[in-house]
Design a protein around this ligand. Structure first.
Ligand code: SF4
Length: 253
């Protein structure tokens, strides 16, 4: 089977435990206004305005051969492979095959997901996934739609299903100053932590505004204007708020 991959990054340290290889798959049903990988939104290979190619068809064998190169680093560090994107479940059959074969090879498998895929896809891939890195982006359906193009209803239902199945899940919460770092959203995150005490943890992902150029390069309009990157003071305020709300397992991701 073949899929469209736009990057394979070796020796990553922030996409799950240990030393990892992160495979970035193209295609995403969301349109987050802060997206750091706008070249991943379209499922097709494309070329930037400066002639840079984004995405190429690869076979599962080719992807797994790259992953296999760093096996000893995974074994020594408790690492493995992370499938990211885009939304890795957008190319579901390809990601399912990769996860199944990586798991059969004894690797730790993580999926970095926006949560917006059919529930049956999470159920099918669950046996081959050790960790879900699961995005939470806004507290209300209306704000979620305004910021990402879709409501958060399905995302919250899928999260509930994964927690019910006993999946290992770590929340990832991109926070953009003045856009979605308000008290209601932080309270919402603390509420999820209280509702799901088995969560592996909560990573707060501070916004940085370095992606605007990438949006222009793939002929997309950056709408966040001059929104500033999150400061260390923003990050301290978020952590203080969450801890005061009883959420002790949040960290800056
Ligand atoms: S879910 Fe991720 S890849 Fe998709 S648009 Fe949002 S930030 Fe970008």
């Amino acid at each position: 089977m073949r899929g469209v991959v736009f990057n394979i990054q070796r020796f990553t340290l922030h996409d799950g435990p240990g030393i990892r290889t992160t495979v970035f798959l193209k295609g995403c049903p969301l349109r987050c206004v802060w997206c750091h990988n706008p070249e991943a939104m379209s499922p097709e290979p494309e070329t930037s305005s400066t002639g840079q190619p984004f995405g190429a068809l690869m076979t599962a064998d080719e992807v797994l051969a790259v992953i296999a190169k760093d096996r000893r680093y995974y074994d020594n560090s408790g690492g493995g492979v992370t499938f990211s994107g885009g939304e890795p479940l957008f190319q579901f059959k390809f990601t399912l095959e990769l996860a199944e074969r990586a798991k059969a090879a004894g690797l730790h498998v993580a999926i970095d997901t926006a949560g917006f895929a059919p529930q049956r896809h999470y159920e099918q891939i669950l046996p081959y996934v050790d960790l879900f890195l699961y995005d939470i982006k806004a507290d209300s359906g209306e704000l979620h739609r305004a910021l990402t193009g879709v409501s958060n209803d399905l995302i919250l239902r899928n999260l509930d299903a994964l927690m019910t199945y006993g999946a290992r899940v770590r929340l990832r919460c991109p926070l953009v100053p003045g856009v979605n770092d308000h008290a209601d959203h932080l309270r919402f995150i603390a509420g999820l932590a209280a509702r799901y005490p088995a969560l592996d943890g909560i990573d707060l992902m501070p916004f940085h505004n370095l992606a605007a150029g990438k949006w222009h390069a793939v002929n997309k309009t950056w709408t966040l204007g001059e929104v500033a990157s999150a400061t260390t003071a923003d990050q301290a305020r978020w952590l203080d708020f969450l801890r005061a709300a009883g959420c002790t397992n949040a960290t800056i991701g």
